[in-house]
Design a protein around this ligand. Structure first.
Ligand code: ZN
Length: 48
């Protein structure tokens, strides 16, 4: 059984976060730093 379209079922195109350079899904807030479009939209606790 060969899966010729194996590469199709991959994650959507990711873009590096402008704040922390973490690969994130476009049009979504960065889950790492909480920034989206040069503004922080999520509350992300720093450190641990
Ligand atoms: Zn980020």
């Amino acid at each position: 059984m060969r899966r010729a379209y194996n590469s199709v079922m991959t994650l959507p195109q990711l873009t590096p976060c402008p704040q922390c350079a973490t690969p994130i899904v476009p049009h979504r807030a960065c889950p790492s730093c909480g920034f989206y479009r040069d503004r922080q939209v999520l509350t992300v606790e720093a450190g641990g």
